[in-house]
Design a protein around this ligand. Sequence first.
Ligand SMILES: *Cc1c(COP(=O)(O)O)cnc(C)c1O
Length: 225
Amino acid sequence: MMDNSTIEKNVKRILSELPSNVKLVAAAKTRNAEEIERAIRAGVKIIGENYIQEAESVYPLVREKASWHFIGHLQKNKVKKAVNLFDMIETIDSFKIAVEIDKRCARLSKTMDVLVEVNSGKEPQKSGVIPEEVEQLVKQISSLEHIRIMGLMTMGPRFGNPEDSRPYFKLTKKIFDRISILNIPNVEMRYLSMGMSNSYKVAIEEGTNLVRIGTKIFGERVYEK
Ligand SMILES: *Cc1c(COP(=O)(O)O)cnc(C)c1O
């Protein structure tokens, strides 16, 4: 675990460097409630979690202090919990999962804000919808009453050199802009979520307004599920 004051310093430094239109999501997988609370105290307003179980374990301590984005791969059998725990789900990549979210939210009289995840590198093992199919999926989901599409998210392939991510960010921004001008009812293209610790600066140059940063806030992850 990283020294606690280091977490605070990291958050403050990153926040001071981000352009005013760019929001920070602290990607908190593997981090405990105390680490998350440190980040919140230093100014983090949005926490990103990849695993329902982890979110549940840190919630009792920090739920009310931030808003929560789900950034992992969502399985159908976890949707019921996810719609209770999260304020936004960033990783919608099929109509089927959207229908399940809609159904669960209808019972709670709730509307879930979501982003559609783009598999911008068209990597077979990765989740996300391929670039050619994003617009169609957005249109399909827009008919669901209890879901509101708020933009797009992409991971892009992982590279050592952040410059290598640029074409994938550019492509996702292009899709984002194209869908924006369609003015699809019930779709508000407000957020473009791209960029992680090693690539967020490039992502900002390419027009992101939501960056998901883990390592640069909390240090290297000791284990990865
Ligand atoms: C872990 C994770 C991040 C943050 O990655 P870092 O390299 O630690 O900044 C961002 N987005 C998603 C979806 C993640 O799973």
